[in-house]
Write a protein that binds this ligand. Structure first.
Ligand code: GTQ
Length: 372
């Protein structure tokens, strides 16, 4: 082995590699260990953004950027430090495949309607009174609601209410960029006008998974928004029984006309970790972005402890060991999104339980989050 390595570092090989580079050719013999490794070696770093930091930066952006000055939306994205080298703009990668941002809209503002091939979803972190107009339906938003805008649908936002609103966006921007499938189009007018009654799909699907009689044909987004009280009721029902050893009590948002993920490329869950709950560790090829909706606790990722509290965001990269702990004082609620549907479509999804120490990793370090 040592001899082999020496050979691949030898002058004759180096010279040859350099020679073919001129012709835009590459030497597989040197590249293969880095490109075809035994198992995933994520380039995304485990990372955590404190709410205090995100909130302060949004408040600074509030004065500087307004939707009518261009830029479409007042959104600040979470750039994974391990993926900054991607050009341009780090592909706005929060994980290798997904983008996440926080967006602020003020009373009286509108964000123009547009459509793109990227799929989007939103989770409302604070405030109420604004709407998203998706495919001609104004969907009013409140804390804890989950909204989906699958690729190709016109969407804009408006805020007739009276308090600032903040939500999380998650899109498959890095994936669509890598695949070369990006299309973007502005609506011919500033913002689309309602073509359906307000909250139409929410009202029609108020029974949860019971669907209206003629909705038997699969649609992209038959239900545009999943209201928090319904999600909570589902979690409360689930909480009467044993928790999942890795995720506590978790429900997945699904498209009621297909039974598949609410967004075709992004899976999303709300999960409750009861006070004092400690999960076991596992890892999977899908990567996850978490938002702490309520409560506090920590997640151990590859042996490093990430402490979190309400409002924080953190990333578990693909194939990273992870386990969650909720503080003893109160239940924790985590909203999360992942590229599971992408991995499943490429037949890449794999999962492994942490094999030692009754499923718990030794903790070797603690993450120091940046504060404003
Ligand atoms: O609100 O439609 O963070 O189109 C990125 C792209 C938000 C949005 C983002 C978008 C939006």
């Amino acid at each position: 082995m040592a001899e082999k390595n020496e050979f691949f570092q030898s002058q004759i090989v180096k010279d040859f590699n350099q020679e073919i580079e001129r012709f835009h050719l590459g030497p597989l013999w040197n590249a293969i260990p880095a490109l075809m490794h035994k198992q995933p070696t994520p380039q995304a770093a485990p990372y955590l953004w404190k709410w205090e930091t995100l909130y302060q930066k949004l408040m600074e952006a509030r004065e500087i950027f307004t939707p009518d000055r261009g830029g479409e939306r007042r959104a600040i994205f979470l750039q994974n430090p391990g993926l900054k080298h991607r050009e341009p703009w780090g592909w706005a990668s929060t994980t290798q495949t997904l983008y996440a941002a926080v967006q602020l809209i003020l009373p009286g503002e509108t964000a123009p309607s547009h459509r793109h091939t990227q799929s989007a979803l939103r989770f409302i972190t604070s405030g109420s009174g604004a709407y998203s107009i998706v495919d001609g339906e104004r969907i009013f938003m409140e804390e804890g609601d989950f909204l989906t805008t699958p690729g190709g649908l016109w969407h804009g936002h408006g805020h007739p209410g009276n308090e600032p609103m903040i939500w999380m966006d998650c899109l498959d921007i890095p994936t669509i960029f890598a695949l070369g499938g990006t299309f973007f189009e502005s609506y011919p007018e500033h913002i689309q006008q309602p073509e359906k009654p307000d909250n139409y799909s929410i009202n029609r699907y108020a029974g949860g998974l019971v669907r209206p009689i003629h909705d038997r044909t699969p649609q992209k987004a038959p239900l545009g928004s999943f209201k928090w009280p319904q999600t909570l009721a589902a979690l409360n029902g689930l909480s009467r029984y044993e928790p999942d050893p890795y995720d506590g009590y978790a429900v997945e948002f699904i498209n009621p006309s297909t039974g598949k993920t609410a967004c075709p490329t992004i899976a999303s869950w709300m999960q409750k970790l009861p006070a004092g709950f400690r999960s076991k560790a596992h890892r999977h090829t899908s990567s996850t972005i978490y938002h702490v909706f309520k409560g506090e606790g920590c997640t151990v990722i590859d042996g490093v402890r990430f402490d979190w509290s309400k409002g924080d965001f953190f990333v578990v990269p693909n194939w990273a060991w992870h386990e969650h702990v909720a503080s003893s004082g109160e239940d924790a609620y985590l909203f999360s999104t992942s590229d599971l549907p992408i991995m499943e479509r490429f037949d890449l999804q794999r999962e492994e339980a942490y094999p030692e120490n009754n499923g718990h990793q030794p903790v070797t370090d603690q993450f120091q989050a940046l504060l404003p």
